[in-house]
Design a protein around this ligand. Structure first.
Ligand code: ZN
Ligand code: ZN
Length: 353
């Protein structure tokens, strides 16, 4: 089934005549073509990508399973959409990504009352197709290659911001389309801040360095974290590192299609709790990744829905001891029936540089 056919099936289930998508990621998902302005319209009769002259040539060549329609200054986007939606009684729209003001404005201009329907696209996006998985893996391999190179670069005296810049540069040289998000590359006591911002702090002998980063391939995000020690590691550093690793492995072992994200999170949290660090793991075990860096479903206390086969979810427990240090280890898991496939190939035993 094509993506458009999948959307059409969902529209029928929800008794919607049409779906209009404006968000760049949802439009990209539906039409396989990235635009910053325009829309995709899907009805039982067909599917259209409506765009302007900046994109039209490439869109006609690359968009999949949609008719590409041009709008110009004279006949604006809304006029084209009005034409395509004529006859549709119930029109689904994106209640999560469309700003309320635009929602109201477009309802008025299109002469339609929108029904919240974004979730149907998000549910489809949660289950990755084989092609999407190859893109996620490619993005991840680029990040891993960059990590391998950066480990040779990290030494006492290097600044946190240098590591961020080097990682970004190397991932782009390796073909990455940019950072999945601003890299978190922190050292020493800063590693106790799960989302610390790299600054002028320099790596010192005996520090942990935490690197949380990723790149994109064909619009798909990778996400990984590794924590390494420089020079040597104390007994406590080793104990915390090992606890995080065991927690991650416990969460990974609990993950498979049909279990809730919550139970995966709890399996990891139990290991950390047992080791006496329960108060120092405050975030969720994982989130899905895809066309966005944070997608549903999540493997966290809020994850009450069963994980579908085909979801790609991160496994990223951490322990953060304020004023001392923190450790996080993050992989990407492909959820399958009966277990997971780890899409991250980088080793996880404690590295001492
Ligand atoms: Zn991450
Ligand atoms: Zn993550």
């Amino acid at each position: 089934m094509t993506r458009i056919e999948k959307i059409q099936k969902k529209l029928k289930e929800k008794q919607l005549d049409a779906l209009v998508l404006f968000s760049d990621v949802n439009v990209y998902y539906a039409a396989r073509f990235p635009i910053t302005d325009g829309a995709a319209v899907i009805t039982s009769a067909g599917a259209w990508l409506v765009t302007d002259s900046r994109y039209i040539e490439a869109a006609r060549a690359e968009a999949v399973d949609v008719d590409v329609v041009l709008y110009d200054a004279e006949h604006g986007l809304e006029e084209k959409l009005r034409e395509l939606l004529s006859g549709a009684q119930t029109v689904g729209a994106e209640e999560k990504s469309l700003a309320y003001s635009l929602w109201k404005q477009r309802e008025e201009k299109l002469g339609a009352a929108f029904t919240p329907a974004e979730q149907l696209v998000l549910d489809l996006r949660a289950v990755k197709e084989p092609e999407e998985i190859t893109y996620l893996v490619k993005a991840q391999r680029i990040a891993e290659q960059a990590l391998e190179e950066i480990l040779k670069y990290i030494r006492p005296g290097v600044r946190e911001r240098d590591i961020a810049a080097e990682l970004t540069y190397r991932m782009m040289l390796l073909g990455g389309e940019g950072n999945s998000f601003d890299p978190i590359t922190i050292t020493g006591p800063n590693t106790s801040k799960p989302h610390g911002v790299p600054g002028d702090a320099v790596v010192k002998d005996g520090d942990f360095v935490t690197m949380d980063f990723g790149t994109l391939w064909k619009g798909y995000h990778s996400d990984m974290t590794r924590t390494v020690a420089v020079g040597h590691a104390t007994e406590e550093m080793r104990r915390v590192y090992d606890t995080v690793l065991q927690a991650q492995l416990a969460g990974i072992a609990a993950a498979r299609a049909g279990v809730t994200g919550q139970s995966v999170h709890n399996a990891a949290a139990a290991v950390i709790e047992e080791a006496g660090y329960g108060a120092y793991f405050g975030h969720g075990f994982g989130h899905s990744v895809g066309l966005e860096i944070h997608e549903d479903p999540h493997a966290s206390v809020k994850g009450t829905a069963p994980l579908p086969a085909g979801a790609v979810v991160t496994a990223e427990p951490g322990i953060y001891l304020p004023g001392k240090f923190g450790v996080r280890i993050e992989d990407m898991m492909l959820i399958r029936e009966g277990g997971i496939e780890n899409l991250t190939a980088a080793p996880k035993e404690l590295v001492i540089l």
